[in-house]
Design a protein around this ligand. Sequence first.
Ligand SMILES: [Zn+2]
Length: 230
Amino acid sequence: MYLAYVRGPPVAVFAGSWLCSKSPVDGTPIALGEPFGDCDPAVARLMSVATTVRMAKALGVKVFVSRELGEDGVDAAFAGGADGVLEELQFSRGGYGEGARFVLLEPRNVEELVNTVRNVAEAVHKPFDVLVATTLEDAGDFAPYVDGLVLVGGWVPAEVEEVGELPEVGRCLHCGIDYLMYGGGIRRCVYCGRRLSRVVTSVKPPRSRAVFRSVYKKYANLTRLRFKVV
Ligand SMILES: [Zn+2]
């Protein structure tokens, strides 16, 4: 069914093209209120994961997720810019474990975090990277003190709703505007004259982490996005 992104942050990240006949490419930002695809409504959960990861990445740290999200959820996380999957790292939980490169902590606050890190260091005399398991809500407190975050919840809502039409959508990345072509069809941005790129497509790139990563990078600097009807 034709869906629009109706409730959530001003910019969400699309994920779940494998549940759609037409959609943006996974990792593409979409604007609040925008119609985006012919999809199963289950894409909402995947968009929620992708959007949350993107917001955590904006804090400037590495972001990891757990395999517990399932295969679709993990792919959605990569569409949002995730750096890896916790279970694929050599890590130990709560303290230092032999051979671990990462120490995963779940501190209640920053004081507990930094003092635990020092205590671990005194005990082991070995280098390690620090990860904190946290929700997006608390991520901002810990981000300045750690090498990475493991998102364990607090997924932002990304709600979708059935709509009557799916217009062609042309995007000007320079101006951060999507032109919804309900009436006319235009090829160039009315503000800057740049050529528009098509957002909704039947083309499906391979479902691989490298592809997710490159799409994420393409849009990493796009912080605002609105639509305009033409
Ligand atoms: Zn423009």
